[in-house]
Design a protein around this ligand. Structure first.
Ligand SMILES: [Zn+2]
Length: 353
């Protein structure tokens, strides 16, 4: 594990100053956003540039909507991710005169609800030090797509698919958190309040003393998946030992969490054909790996273009200040800020694989 350099630490301090500056920008955006929601026709302020038409893989920052809309009808006070690209509904046909007033009232109530939801999302984002609220993920796919051997997907008969990148055109990426050593209540609270979907891959030897933390995360919507019993390099083990490492963890998670995992990730991303056969034998349906690894102060990239792609899987770890010199909320703040600035939302990996 690399330790952060002094430069990186001072960079973190600069980041804090920048965050404060961004919070001010966010407030300006909130004012402009209120005007947008209310349908005001005033000139656009400097903090609300015109959004470019959505284009895949281009100018990601400009693509991020300057004035995100939030779904109406959200529970008051609930932390809602912001719906990217949500268009205003088409104008209703003219009403009979007697109905016009009723329609106005309904409309102003809807505007007020939207404003309250936007304010709530901004307040939640600011409370956690985010530059802007996270973008809302696209609707959950009705069915999980049949995977084909495209880039980022490896298929073999009778084996679960190995996936580095989920095939999708949506500007959505997936955050996965491995191992389970650090069990930070602030991290799970932050993810829940911001509505950030996560998938966890835990090793029994690191979590067996406190499965309760992961039961709590599961109750808030985080899938708890298989990362073996002892976190060994499976490639150097025979089939039966690999099967023990994987399948005993399937049983353990079913007993402790109440759900038998569908997803399994081999430690270090190291696997061979025995790994996939063993995983298939105890109910594993997919083996997600990753294209990026997130740290509290930087991202490591698999590809030279050093940018996110639709469907990318991001790896990070349950680690804390002892290793990172930063907390898990610091890590999540960095990831969400980077993902949002690139015009992406975070989705639930388990809905796609
Ligand atoms: Zn691991």
């Amino acid at each position: 594990m690399d330790r952060p350099s002094d430069c990186q630490i001072s960079g973190g301090l600069r980041g804090a100053q920048q965050r404060r500056s961004h919070v001010r920008t966010g407030l300006l955006a909130a004012v402009c956003l209120t005007a947008v929601v209310a349908g005001c026709a005033g000139p656009a302020g400097p903090a609300a540039p015109k959004a470019a038409p959505a284009k895949a893989d281009s100018a990601p920052v400009a693509e991020a909507p300057a004035a995100p809309a939030v779904e109406a009808g959200a529970a008051p006070g609930a932390a809602e991710a912001v719906d990217r690209g949500a268009a205003r509904p088409p104008a209703a046909p003219p009403l009979l005169p007697g109905l016009a007033r009723k329609e106005e009232e309904t409309s102003s109530e809807a505007v007020a609800r939207k404003e309250a939801t936007v304010r709530s999302a901004l307040e939640t984002a600011q409370r956690w030090g985010l530059e802007q609220p996270p973008l809302k993920a696209p609707p959950r796919p009705a069915t999980r797509a049949q995977l084909t051997p495209v880039q980022g997907v490896k298929l073999a008969d009778g084996r679960p698919p190995v996936v580095y990148r989920v095939p999708t055109d949506d500007k959505v990426v997936f955050l996965t958190v491995d191992d389970g050593a650090e069990k930070d209540p602030e991290f799970s609270r932050m993810a829940e309040e911001l509505g950030i979907p996560l998938s966890a891959f835990v090793s029994d030897y690191l979590v067996r003393e406190n499965y309760g933390y992961f039961r709590g995360m599961h109750a808030q919507g985080v899938e708890i998946n298989n990362h073996t019993i002892n976190h060994r390099n499976l490639k150097v083990l025979d089939y039966e030992t690999q099967r023990q490492e994987i399948c005993s963890q399937q049983d353990q998670l079913e007993q402790q969490i109440g759900v038998r995992p569908r997803l399994f990730r081999p430690p270090y991303g190291e696997y061979n054909d025995d790994t996939l056969r063993a995983a298939a034998s105890c109910g594993v349906q997919a083996v997600p790996l990753w294209n990026e690894e997130a740290f509290p102060d930087h991202m490591e990239w698999r590809y030279d273009d050093r940018k996110l792609h639709p469907g990318d899987i991001i790896l990070t770890h349950f680690r804390g200040t002892d290793i990172w010199k930063a907390s898990m909320p610091d890590l999540l703040r960095k990831v969400v800020n980077d993902v949002t600035a690139a015009g992406f939302s975070l989705g639930r990996l388990d809905d796609y694989l």
